[in-house]
Design a protein around this ligand. Sequence first.
Ligand code: C2E
Ligand code: CA
Ligand code: CA
Length: 300
Amino acid sequence: VGVAEWDGEADGLELMRHADLAMYAAKRDGKSCVRLFEKGMSGVASERMTLEQELRRAIAERNIEPHFQPVIDTGSGNVVAVEMLARWQRNNQPVPALGFIRLAEDLGLIGQLSMQLLEKGLKALRRFRSHYPELRLQINISPLQFADPGLAASILQLVAEYDLPSTALAVELTEGAMSLYPEQVEQTMQQFVDAGVSLHLDDFGTGYSSLARLRDLPFDTVKLDRSFVMMLGEGDTTLSQAVFDMATGLQMDLIAEGVENQAEYEELQAIGYRQMQGFMFARPMPESALIDWLRAQAAA
Ligand code: C2E
Ligand code: CA
Ligand code: CA
């Protein structure tokens, strides 16, 4: 929410514009807050407008690229999947993914961006699979995309167009998706499950979903958030253990994310985590670098 106070001079339109600027500031500050208009906000607003225009152009020109981060089965040492993560170079500077993803959501462009990344990702996956025929692609879906009742159908059609089985795909969504469009999400998830697409609950533990609801939704995998992995490094295993017990009890697989060092790795192993992803194994990388990396893995 943005609030503007009447200074005794501004006309109605200007007052509305001030409230708008304050609302943008509130969105920038993490959305769930209220900001009061201040004079300095006008400069920041024009910066945001430039960013918006550049993002619109980057999407129109298909300049946002997918990077890929390996997911390792630490039991066998095999690479089982790669997660696709969006990367935007703006004036040769990387823009943080969460920032431009949120902006694309605000601009109503997330669906378009997501589908063009998927096309690039599927094309790359075909190449990766010549080294690792079983390799799967994990994609992130924004909560807002569930507003489209044709979401699963259009994703599955694209997968088929690239001659890939739908079992080559895993879809990751966060708890937030389930509160925004609960019914659509259930239908869409069911369509994915029927097609054999794996469903991952991302960032588990950082939202507010009820355990009963989790049990009733067809997730097959829980991703342990990096914030819990970090606690392991400080000797606190309680929450990682609790997530492990819960997922195992519900017959779900687990992936630990953001594993950076040996200490975290060993604690996760001791609890029973097998699938892991993190800088310790590999960073997200562009298609060509991943192909080199896969070749090196295959040779080792
Ligand atoms: P996420 O889905 O939880 O992705 C994992 C994030 O952790 C990625 O950040 C990845 O680069 C980072 N990461 C991986 N290993 C490590 C590690 O060992 N240590 C640390 N500190 N970080 C690690 P990234 O790429 O900045 O993406 C942030 C978030 O933006 C993602 O979180 C996801 O929610 C969203 N995102 C990225 N690409 C897309 C996309 O194409 N579509 C949608 N809807 N969301 C996306
Ligand atoms: Ca993810
Ligand atoms: Ca995550």
